[in-house]
Design a protein around this ligand. Sequence first.
Ligand SMILES: *[C@@H]1O[C@H](CO)[C@@H](O)[C@H](O)[C@H]1NC(C)=O
Ligand SMILES: *[C@@H]1O[C@H](CO)[C@@H](O)[C@H](O)[C@H]1NC(C)=O
Ligand SMILES: *[C@@H]1O[C@H](CO)[C@@H](O)[C@H](O)[C@H]1NC(C)=O
Ligand SMILES: *[C@@H]1O[C@H](CO)[C@@H](O)[C@H](O)[C@H]1NC(C)=O
Length: 210
Amino acid sequence: MTRAVVWLSSLVLGLTWLLPAAVMSTPPGICRPMNTLKESLNFTNRRQYMKHNFPINYTIRVHYEEVFRVHNISRLNRTREPDPPKLEARDLQELWLLINQEVLKKVLRVLPERHPSRKYVSDLENLFRQIEQVFRTELGEWETPERLKDFESLESGTLFRRGKLVKPKALLDNCYRTMHCVFCDCFQCQENFCDVLHWKRGNKRPPKQA
Ligand SMILES: *[C@@H]1O[C@H](CO)[C@@H](O)[C@H](O)[C@H]1NC(C)=O
Ligand SMILES: *[C@@H]1O[C@H](CO)[C@@H](O)[C@H](O)[C@H]1NC(C)=O
Ligand SMILES: *[C@@H]1O[C@H](CO)[C@@H](O)[C@H](O)[C@H]1NC(C)=O
Ligand SMILES: *[C@@H]1O[C@H](CO)[C@@H](O)[C@H](O)[C@H]1NC(C)=O
């Protein structure tokens, strides 16, 4: 083979390799566990396990960064050209994974061994681990962008600020809503899941699947 042919065929190979990733921002293997997660986080379950099974008005202390709501995402996603560089879809998804895994740890920490919500929360943790595994397998390690470096301290447990008291159901409501925004590909994004107003309407009695 001439050099040009070798070069050309490796180019073609390279392109076919790159193409699926470029078209679909969410790793294809992610949507199955994401849909299982969506089912587990349905309104009935959130209300039962995160509200009814707790004393009235019970709150958990979390870091401010763990209160991750839809409006946070639009703020993070906003571009301030030329610096700092724009976040990729994956960055927001990885951040969502990181924060919500910390949230689940916080909830689990307050539940005694025999608490009726304990199994529910550990099952959710397992699902999250599964999702993280798919990310590592399909996309490799994630390099935290400079802008999100601060969030790494959540995981390393080096953050000792006092934080905020939040109801456990509110934490999982946040998780459920932001999930629709950052993994929109998995949930047929017909409506604007990243729009705060979309979720405001359904606040009291969520419509349809919410
Ligand atoms: C929520 O999920 C549970 C199973 O985890 C199921 O029994 C229940 O019917 C679901 N509720 C709704 C409203 O889909
Ligand atoms: C729970 O909080 C609501 C609103 O803050 C308050 O009106 C209500 O009295 C509280 N209930 C109890 C039992 O503390
Ligand atoms: C979300 O916004 C609140 C303030 O509205 C802030 O305290 C919190 O740190 C933000 N969380 C993230 C993950 O950016
Ligand atoms: C981030 O912004 C881009 C446009 O700059 C938009 O296409 C994308 O949907 C936004 N993503 C989220 C999660 O808001």
